[in-house]
Write a protein that binds this ligand. Structure first.
Ligand SMILES: [Zn+2]
Length: 252
């Protein structure tokens, strides 16, 4: 809601209006590059001056944009600083407390990838990475961010899974996806992500894979996986869905 309010305040109606330095200025903040250890960005308040510091080691444009939008979330949502930004990422938050990191991420996702612009495409588009790739190019976000957004907005059962060094780092699943994908699970060599870890390349087209490659399922059940690897980061993002539910073409 706050991100949408900010869109209205800043007159954002198309992707070219999503200029973060202008939006930050509307919120009374400047964006500066600085040397920061252990974080991508930081929100700093000195008296009435509000600064979003972007770490100088973050050179990827999409990562810069998401980091700035995340810090804007902390600012707009009135989160305390600097505790919110120095808290260890992934540290458990007591159930009764607000999770400021989750809130800032949700704010950033809506600010950069408004649901009103994308919901229809995610609902009717084929499951896979084609729509997230388009979103990533059009809105200047990473394929990771757009794949998670796809999972948030689609009605198809599917999961976006990030793996690294052949281990699942995290997974975003729709309410309709019939399985859990657990963090720390070893990526099967026979999966499309497994092909990236073995050969350095993920298949370009969606592949039929054994459901058991990703979830606890009977050996005969089949899923479809569309994977994209990042040689620089050594990571793979996989979109996974039950065969027959995603209306996407399958290569194998
Ligand atoms: Zn944060």
């Amino acid at each position: 809601m706050e991100a949408r309010r900010l869109h209205r305040r800043c007159g954002v109606r198309a992707s070219e209006h999503l200029r973060l330095e202008v939006i930050a200025a509307h919120c009374g903040a400047t964006i500066d590059v600085a040397r920061i250890d252990g974080a991508l960005a930081q929100l700093v308040r000195r008296g009435r001056k509000v600064q979003i510091l972007l770490a100088d080691h973050v050179t990827d444009l999409a990562a810069q944009r998401f980091s700035i939008a995340h810090e804007l979330g902390h600012l707009v949502l009135g989160h305390p600083t600097p505790q919110a930004v120095t808290a260890a990422k992934g540290a458990p938050v007591p159930a009764q407390e607000r999770d400021h990191e989750e809130e800032a991420n949700a704010f950033a996702a809506e600010l950069l990838m408004p649901a009103a612009w994308l919901r229809h495409r995610c609902e009717v588009g084929p499951v896979g990475l084609d729509v997230p790739r388009q979103i990533s190019q059009e809105l200047g976000v990473s394929i990771l961010a757009s794949a998670i957004r796809f999972v948030e907005l689609t009605t198809h059962p599917c999961a976006a899974v990030l793996s690294r060094k052949q281990v699942v780092q995290w997974a975003a699943v729709t309410d309709t996806f019939p399985h859990a994908i657990t963090r720390g699970r070893t990526v099967a060599q026979t999966s499309a992500a497994g092909a990236f870890f073995t050969t350095g390349r993920a298949p370009e087209q969606p592949q039929r894979v054994a459901a058991a490659d990703w979830v606890d399922a009977p050996s005969e059940s089949v899923m479809v996986e569309h994977a994209a690897g990042s040689p620089e980061l050594g990571t793979v993002i996989s979109m996974i869905w039950p065969e027959g539910s995603g209306a996407a073409q399958c290569a194998a």
